[in-house]
Design a protein around this ligand. Structure first.
Ligand code: FES
Ligand SMILES: [Fe+2]
Length: 338
């Protein structure tokens, strides 16, 4: 992997392409009541549809009957989806509830459906490569409950590039890169707190503000390898940026940014601070992408003192992969002095 040859495709990373967790699959407003969206994510063809009740369902796209793609001509009836090929109808649990030319339904014809959750203007699904049910849930975002805040999902805040969710989110614990890639050099110590599927990091930072340098922190909460909430502490108004990363096909990922920001009461738009936060987070990810696309994964990296959190993060990440012969992929060695 690290001998100079370019490791292509799924050979690029020594861990499975689709770790277990919650993933953003589509913005909620792209699936209005009665609409069907065709998705290619998580190494499969999916459909997302919204019934008349407003309930959203994500299912495998290929019809259990003769394999038509439900996202190509399939349509919504009530809260169910109808296949374009022979009119079989499936409900939100994936059960066949009607065959227009037969007396009985086919109980064995089941469409695989995914647990879903709508949060911050996006539809999330629980994905387990072994097919298990959710074992944990995404957090509530307190800022969303506040009337003084608004949700912003910038249409340009979506990128596809060749990488892996574990690689993208490793950025959070890689404090040194902030100076060299982003020109943000004022980081102090990094604290890491791990609890089950959550990895919380707090990096001390000196913010440059119009009122001069201000001591604060950037607090990041990872929930699995697909969801990161970032908050800046010490700047007054609460706000958060949510970065989601979804594996597409084992080669590419799709990353999106959403923001919950203080609202300017005069304009009902984000405050100047909120607009600045959007611009800064978007600027940073655009700087990271070329690095992520071109890099390799060093299983046993040479680290400097103070970079131990990188290995702590990697050990935490192992829980999201299926066990392989008694050892999880993504296994990594400890470093001295890290
Ligand atoms: S393939 Fe879907 S109804 Fe026949
Ligand atoms: Fe970065």
């Amino acid at each position: 992997m690290a001998d100079g040859r370019w490791p292509s495709g799924s050979a690029r990373f020594p861990f499975a392409p689709f770790p277990r967790g919650w993933y953003n699959v589509v913005p909620s407003d792209q699936v209005q009541a009665g609409q069907v969206a065709r998705l290619h994510l998580l190494g499969r063809e999916l459909v997302c549809f919204r019934g008349v009740s407003g309930a959203v369902t994500v299912a495998d796209a290929y019809c259990p009957h003769l394999g038509a793609h439900l996202g190509v001509g399939g349509y919504v009836r009530g809260d169910d989806i109808v296949c374009p090929f022979h009119g079989w109808c499936f409900d939100a649990r994936g059960e066949n509830v009607d065959i227009p030319y037969a007396d009985r339904v086919n109980r064995r014809a089941r469409l695989a459906v995914y647990a879903t959750r709508e949060l911050a203007g996006m539809v999330f699904v629980w994905f387990d490569p072994e097919g298990g049910p959710p074992t944990w849930h995404l957090p509530e975002l307190a800022e969303l409950d506040s009337e003084d805040h608004l949700l912003v999902c910038p249409p340009e805040g979506c990128w596809r590039f060749a990488s892996h969710p574990q690689e993208v989110l490793e950025n959070v614990v890689d404090v040194a890169h902030f100076k060299f890639v982003h020109g943000v050099g004022a980081f102090g110590g990094l604290e890491v707190e791990i609890e089950g599927p959550r990895c919380r990091t707090a990096a001390e930072v000196t913010f440059t503000t119009p009122r001069g340098p201000t001591e604060g922190a950037v607090v990041s909460e990872l929930w699995g390898l697909g969801f990161d909430v970032v908050r800046q502490r010490g700047l007054g108004a609460p706000a958060c940026g949510v970065l989601t990363v979804t594996p597409v096909d084992g080669i590419q990922v799709e990353a999106r940014y959403m923001f919950v920001l203080p609202k300017d009461p005069a304009t009902s738009e984000p405050t100047r601070y909120g607009k600045g936060l959007i611009a800064e987070f978007m600027r940073q990810i655009v700087q990271d992408i070329p690095i992520w696309e071109a890099k390799v994964y060093r299983e046993t990296p040479s680290l400097a003192g103070g970079e131990g959190p990188i290995m702590e993060y990697r050990r935490w990440a192992r829980q999201f992969y299926p066990e392989v012969q008694g050892q999880a992929p993504g296994a990594c060695a400890d470093v001295a002095g890290g």
